[in-house]
Design a protein around this ligand. Structure first.
Ligand code: B12
Ligand code: NAG
Ligand code: NAG
Length: 408
């Protein structure tokens, strides 16, 4: 009764600011922070080995950034390089969110095939979804439709009304709602909170509190005794949804600390063992939600400067070339090699071979490593040999990197 009254009163609350649905989260105790850091590192290390670039990983790492996480420029580059490929609507939406989280404009993405407007592509893809919905059901799923709505809301697209209207209708439909997984209900909730917080969404705004209550009821019905909501892999999204809707549920219905503790315990036991699972749990462990993508600080990033030198005093025509390159912070040495090749392709061309330890440099400036001759390209920082390969080593500002053609 009391909670109903509160909700009712709040229906009359004026919109005060974009943060009208303030986020209420519990935090990871410092003694267990290492588990979160471990997941971040695992996600970061998976980047080189992802089958396809994962926009969710970029979103998660960017949301965790203020906690000393260094987000590799590589991942953003991979996202840009693949932005023009054929994708489903939800994937396009994740690309839009990922680019925003990196302070990039998704309306002007520079890809190898030219500049593209991902927001416009998203609008087209979403229109296909809504047309399909009108006939029967979304082209893909309501989960993707919710991702579409979230991204369109961030981008202030006029199409948001249409999509949000469909989500509201679907969530109001008992049968459809019962079919929603916790993941889907959570994603729909996040999208609708975004719309609710947008002062320009007058037409839809008044319908949203009721729908959010229904969705949250549905999510909390799936709560287990141990704090897990749905299963452990939907728990992260459920925490996100609950933490931005706290005015729509009464405090005795959910113990955030208990759920968080369970998630940490599962993390300790290795439940989050792939990049997808880590990407979805991480935001809730650092007290963030996908809605925070909109509020991330976009400070100018200072590139790091590396002096890269290649030396061959062993075979053929001897040479020694140096180049100064600027790369984004957190870049790996491979990025430096690529920047050098881009700037001076004549001298700094190189080839790599994939191995279980990452890419191995097998030739530079047409000088090839040769097992018979026992020659290889050795990498040093100053005069100290590196203890990691070019795919893992992260140079610092003003570092001198030297590649010397050597014998072993
Ligand atoms: C929709 C969905 C499905 C749909 C996808 C249909 C479609 N064409 O859209 C279907 C029904 C096929 C599906 C199947 C399964 N799913 Co599913 N699925 C989802 C859901 C709700 C949304 C995914 C999405 O649309 N993402 C957005 C799009 C833009 O990104 P995407 O990368 O293109 O998405 C693709 C992948 O996610 C892939 N996919 C979906 N589920 C799974 C599961 C696995 C193991 C893999 C490898 C890939 C995969 O299909 C998506 C569409 O192509 C997620 C929830 C979540 N939290 O992510 C669960 C989720 C990813 N699924 C899960 C599971 C367990 C499964 C199944 C193994 C269930 C089962 N018991 O058979 C099967 C996969 C079996 C197999 N053949 O290998 C788990 C994964 C947990 C984990 N640790 O691996 C999740 C997190 C749900 C959960 N909380 O339990 N799924
Ligand atoms: C919430 O759960 C934690 C951990 O299980 C417990 O210590 C705490 O007492 C619970 N809080 C409430 C209000 O029930
Ligand atoms: C770069 O390093 C090379 C080799 O160590 C050195 O000769 C050169 O002076 C350096 N360049 C600059 C600008 O520091």
């Amino acid at each position: 009764m009391f909670s109903l009254a509160v909700t009712f009163l709040c229906l009359l609350c004026p919109v005060t600011s974009a943060a009208s649905l303030s986020s209420q989260t519990c935090i990871v105790p410092s003694g267990q922070q290492w588990l979160v850091t471990g997941l971040e590192n695992q996600l970061m290390n998976s980047i080189n080995h992802l089958c396809s670039p994962d926009p969710s990983a970029l979103i998660a790492l960017n949301l965790a950034k203020n906690q000393d996480v260094c987000v590799p420029g590589q991942l953003l580059q991979q996202i840009k390089d693949t932005a023009a490929q054929e994708m489903t609507s939800g994937k396009v939406a994740l690309y839009v969110l990922a680019l925003r989280s990196s302070c990039e404009n998704p309306r002007e993405v520079v890809t190898p095939n030219g500049k593209i407007n991902l927001v416009q592509i998203l609008e087209d893809k979403t229109r296909e979804e809504t047309e399909s919905y009108k006939k029967r059901s979304p082209k893909t799923t309501f989960y993707q439709l919710a991702l579409d709505a979230l991204a369109l809301c961030f981008e202030e697209s006029p199409d948001i009304e249409n999509v949000a209207g469909i989500l509201i209708k679907a969530a109001n439909d008992l049968q459809l709602r019962e079919d929603f997984s916790v993941d889907t209900a959570a994603m729909v909730s996040l999208a609708l909170v975004c719309v609710y917080d947008d002062p320009s969404s007058n037409n839809l705004r008044e319908k949203i509190p009721k729908v959010l209550k229904l969705l949250i009821d549905h999510i909390l019905e799936k709560q287990q005794e141990n704090g897990i909501i749905g299963n452990i892999y939907s728990t992260g999204l459920a925490i996100q949804a609950l933490s931005v809707t706290s005015q729509f549920w009464s405090q005795d219905r959910w113990n955030c600390t208990k759920t968080l503790n369970k998630a940490l315990q599962e993390a300790y036991l290795g439940a989050f063992n792939n990049p997808g699972a880590i990407s979805q749990i991480l935001p809730s462990l650092v007290g963030k939600t996908y809605l925070d993508v909109k509020n991330l600080q976009c400070l100018p990033v200072n590139p790091i400067r590396v002096n890269y030198t290649i030396i061959n005093h062993l075979i053929g025509l001897y040479f020694e070339h140096s180049i100064i390159v600027d790369v984004p912070p957190c870049s790996v040495l491979l990025d430096v090699l690529e920047a050098a090749k881009r700037d001076e392709p004549r001298e700094f061309s190189f080839k790599t071979k994939e191995t279980c330890w990452g890419p191995m440099v097998i030739s530079i400036n047409d000088i090839k490593a040769d097992e018979n001759e026992k020659t290889y390209w050795q990498f040093l920082s100053g005069n100290k040999p590196l203890d990691q390969g070019v795919g893992s080593y992260k140079p610092s500002n003003n570092e001198n990197i030297v590649a010397i053609f050597s014998k072993y």
